[in-house]
Design a protein around this ligand. Structure first.
Ligand code: SF4
Ligand code: SF4
Length: 524
């Protein structure tokens, strides 16, 4: 018997091939409609300049942290209330990430890759930990650290900048590649829902209390077609046999199981919920990993999510949930790598990687791929740590010269400036380590050169940091660059105006506003 990464083998249906689901096409149309609605939202913003705040549950964090009641918060509350009645329906019918995962699973299926779920007792808790961290921890931390009270609650239903709380565009293809294809291929068809999504965790908890459930009649003959059709890995035939209904909170009410049942034995109806029943999926998962492996998986996932991938790459900053997905992937890769090294036989996702102590051809690619990924994760972690140290080293000299000049004694300013060469060396080191130049580090480099009076290099560095963007993320850097442009030897007044307008608009910077006034008062 080949050792393998744990997985749930697909239930083999007893009575012939499973008929196609009649609901899946309808659900695909609904999910396409969701994306059309998202597109129309952006179009409305583009045409009118103002629109409704993002209709996205993650916006609820703004409400909890800043007291701003926005459209996303109202949506989230509404969805939780409806889940309490109808169960976890939104994931299957309204979530763009489920649409992405379903699409990727379908496309992988077309090239012969049928992902199997990887099962863990601890990694499946990740969504609940993330949900606590996002929605409950800010309140708990307020109490523990006696923070000052939040601002009063205020309505924030309209915005002039729809993109303000979203990551930059580059994260879209990165998310499709990593949260779509890679996670689906390696962790199963609902890999991100199972191992990373905090909204799914909230819906899963409320689903347990919902009175509307998928139930079964006496016509069921335990053929297992329903389980085979379920892309959420619910063991439908076992659950209905045991409980008379589906109790697994992973069920997204897609109704594929209802549609494929040859006996028409499944239906959606009222039932007395069993909130504390353990799903068959969890019961089957109990023997998947040993406890030391579980603990190692959890530790590596936390390390990779928090200390390697969070807020890295391109200066665009990997968003938190993407870093959670990458953390879980890294943990599974690490375990696979360990098994490839330590076991004489390993199979993963239908593929034999090692047998009788010898690597197969696929196994050699597997070792290479896993090794490269782990190297990449360690490299990213080192780069992130170095970046943090460089930013810290640069803070004192930059703050003394750019923000506090005139308010600090001369000796303190001189002492801070004396630290600028070391800070510059640290920034240069971090930039040399990065695979792709981080615009924030390039900006710091330009500002440190400015502090050191190396103006020609400073100006060149800031232009490199700016690239083809409208302005830099650091307002003082825009002001410094605008001042270079306004110099009599440069006379790049249009560039200066553009930079200052950006800084006033995005950062509300007063220095930029007064420079802009000077620029506009300048005789033609
Ligand atoms: S519910 Fe239908 S598809 Fe599922 S095991 Fe019973 S008869 Fe088969
Ligand atoms: S159990 Fe049925 S309704 Fe629930 S996710 Fe699976 S196929 Fe869809």
């Amino acid at each position: 018997v080949l050792a393998s990464l744990p997985r749930q083998d697909r239930h083999k249906p007893k009575s012939g091939p499973v008929r196609p689901s009649k609901v899946s096409r309808k659900r695909a149309y609904v999910l396409i409609g969701v994306h059309v609605a998202i597109g129309l939202h952006f179009l409305h913003w583009g045409v009118t300049g103002q629109t409704i705040t993002p209709v996205e549950p993650s916006e609820a964090m703004q409400t909890l942290e800043l007291g701003r009641v926005n459209a996303g918060f109202l949506l989230f509350v509404t969805l939780i209330a409806s889940t309490l009645v109808f169960g976890r329906w939104f994931c299957g019918w309204g979530c763009h990430l489920v649409a992405l995962q379903d699409l990727c699973a379908w496309m992988l299926g077309k090239i012969g890759l049928k992902p199997r779920p990887v099962r863990s007792r601890l990694l499946v808790l990740a969504p609940f930990v993330v949900a606590f961290y996002m929605f409950a921890w800010p309140q708990v931390a307020d109490l523990i650290f006696s923070r000052p009270p939040r601002p009063e609650w205020e309505m924030h239903l309209f915005t002039n900048d729809l993109w303000q709380t979203f990551p930059k565009w580059i994260m879209a293809p990165v998310s499709v590649l990593l949260l779509g294809f890679l996670i689906v291929w390696w962790l199963g068809a609902k890999g991100f829902c199972t191992h990373g999504c905090p909204y799914g965790a909230v819906f899963a908890i409320t689903d347990r209390f919902a009175p509307m459930r998928i139930k079964v009649t006496d016509a069921c003959d335990a053929c297992g077609h329903c389980t085979t059709a379920c892309s959420s890995n619910v063991r439908v035939h076992e659950e209905v046999a045991k409980h008379g209904m589906i109790v697994d909170p992973g069920c997204m009410k897609c109704f594929d199981c209802v549609s494929v049942c040859p006996k028409e034995a499944l239906y959606f109806g009222a039932a007395v919920p069993k909130p504390f029943a353990v799903s068959q999926q969890r019961i089957q998962a109990r023997a998947d990993f040993t406890w030391p492996e579980e603990i190692a998986l959890a530790g590596i996932a936390v390390w990779a999510a928090q200390f390697a991938f969070r807020e890295v790459w391109f200066g665009e900053h990997v968003p938190f949930l993407l870093s959670v997905g990458l953390g879980v992937l890294t943990a599974v890769f690490a375990l696979l790598g360990w098994r490839l090294v330590s076991r004489s036989a390993v199979t993963f996702q239908h593929t034999v990687l090692k047998a009788d102590g010898r690597f197969t051809r696929a196994g050699r690619f597997g070792v290479l791929g896993v090794g490269l990924w782990l190297l990449f994760a360690v490299h990213t972690c080192v780069g992130k740590t170095w970046r943090g140290m460089a930013i810290e080293a640069a803070t004192e000299p930059l703050s003394a010269v750019l923000l506090k000049r005139g308010t600090m004694p001369r000796e303190q300013v001189d002492a801070a400036v004396a630290k600028a060469p070391a800070a510059l060396a640290s920034v240069d080191g971090a930039l040399a380590w990065d695979l792709v130049d981080d615009p924030d580090l390039l900006t710091l480099r330009g500002l440190l050169l400015f502090v050191l009076g190396r103006h020609v290099e400073a100006e060149a560095a800031l232009w490199v940091a700016l690239g083809d963007r409208e302005g830099l993320s650091e307002p003082t850097a825009n002001v410094v660059l605008a001042q270079y442009c306004m110099d009599r030897t440069r006379q790049r007044y249009e560039d200066a105006r553009r930079l200052l307008q950006y800084t006033v608009r995005v950062h509300g910077n007063q220095v930029a506003a007064s420079l802009l006034e000077q620029l506009q008062a300048r005789p033609k």
